[in-house]
Design a protein around this ligand. Structure first.
Ligand SMILES: [Zn+2]
Length: 414
């Protein structure tokens, strides 16, 4: 997360020539580095099959955070060429992640951002929770790439936090000091767990605008993701469900910042979610009509397919839950398997809560409940195996052993 120090020299030059707009709002920005356009190209210096999963996770993390809460659009994401502009990302598994400047200082700069996907030489505890760490680091580094400095560098940060000062300073206070910022080393949760704080979002929107909610369609987002990934065709519906949540967050981001990244609770929030669902059904139906005429899938079936995908336990991954807990606590590495087992129960409860609210918090009893639990176990084994493949290639832990490790960590009465 290091920001290379030579940026500071440039900062000092600018300091004297710009008026410091101290605006008591959000985050800590360096104004000359604010991008002039809301459309920012991103490219990869060294993409390969080996880092495809990490690239996908990075892109998703940015879409779910900086992009979904602002009017920014990160485009391209292909291979860099000699004269590529925008943010140029080098994947270097021997180096700690950092940016070589703030915001638009990175425009067209070769290797301007460095990301590490294996954590073999930097922050090795991350090897136990690769997905989580890749996302957390990406969100933090993209914060720098948008012009945001370390929150703990602020002169109004608590003194013990300022001891962790690092990298170039901002010049605009876009908020009061924010202990929960993803840009704060002093955050009790490591880089905020990759989730933008309320003040992060307010600051982001101050510079880069609120999301243009009229222009985004959940179907388009799902189609884009689908074309980028290597998904089975039925997974498209899951992507549609995820995209409805992205659009929902964008809508909520304009009016009710506190409700961001949380399920719709109040009636007005539920109505917003249902309106987006209805719009999405209409979009998909229109498309069906064009492609299949009278054989188009009827609207109620489209709706059923989306809702079925939304209640799919794949949507919340046990490995993400376990990783998050592991990173917050001070656990021995073998305890990770116990956290995975706990997380299976969390996903299980989530899955059954709408249809069988009474069974929540209890062990699976009926055959259908056991099947649900076993399906979640199988999905989790798959997730961990994918992770292992990235980390260790041919020496990945086999699926059978992953399953045994989880079951060994689960209480006997499962
Ligand atoms: Zn940093």
């Amino acid at each position: 997360m290091k920001l290379k120090i030579f940026v500071v020299a440039i900062n000092i030059l600018f300091y004297s020539s710009i008026s410091i707009a101290v605006d008591k709002n959000e985050i800590y920005g360096f104004f000359p580095s604010k991008w002039p356009s809301n459309t920012i190209p991103v490219c990869w210096e060294n993409p390969s099959n080996a880092n495809a999963e990490g690239r996908k996770l990075t892109r998703e993390a940015i879409q779910e955070t900086w992009e979904s809460h602002s009017n920014l659009e990160f485009i391209d994401w292909s291979t860099c060429h000699n004269r590529s502009m925008g943010i140029r990302i080098l994947i270097d598994d021997d180096d700690g992640p950092h940016t070589k400047g703030l915001g638009s200082q990175l425009d067209g700069r070769k290797d301007g951002m460095v990301l590490n996907f294996t954590f073999n030489s930097w922050n090795r505890t991350c090897r136990k929770s690769l997905y989580f760490c890749i996302k957390v680091v990406a969100v933090h580094e993209f914060g720098h790439a948008l012009g945001f400095a370390h929150e703990q560098n602020r002169p109004d940060a608590p003194r013990e936090c300022q001891k962790e000062r690092q990298g170039g300073d901002g010049d605009v206070y876009l908020s009061e000091y924010d202990p929960d910022s993803v840009m704060n080393y002093c955050n009790p949760e490591w880089s905020g767990g990759g989730t933008l704080s309320r003040k992060d979002i307010e600051g982001l929107q101050k510079w880069y605008g609120k999301p243009n909610v009229d222009m985004i369609s959940a179907k388009e987002i799902a189609d884009k993701k689908f074309n980028q990934g290597n998904y089975s065709s039925s997974y498209w519906w899951t992507l549609v469900c995820e995209s409805i949540d992205i659009v929902y967050d964008k809508n909520i981001g304009v009016t009710q910042l506190k409700a961001n990244d949380k399920p719709a609770k109040t009636q007005s929030q539920k109505n917003i979610w249902l309106k987006i669902l209805a719009d999405t059904v209409d979009d998909i139906y229109k498309d069906e009509r064009i492609r299949k005429g009278n054989h188009a899938m009827p609207k109620n079936r489209i709706k059923r397919n989306i809702l079925k995908a939304c209640s799919n336990p794949k949507m919340i991954s046990a490995i993400n839950i376990a990783d998050k807990k592991f990173n917050q606590g001070n656990y021995s590495s073998s305890y990770w398997w116990t956290l995975v087992c706990d997380a299976l129960d969390t996903v299980y409860d989530k899955k059954i809560e709408t249809e069988q609210p009474k069974a929540v918090g209890k062990p699976a009893k009926t055959q259908s409940q056991k099947n649900i639990w076993l399906k979640i176990l199988a999905d989790t084994v798959d997730d961990i195996y994918k992770d292992e493949k990235i980390k260790r290639g041919n020496r990945a832990m086999p699926k059978g052993k992953i399953k045994r490790n989880i079951l060994k960590a689960c209480p006997k009465n499962k």
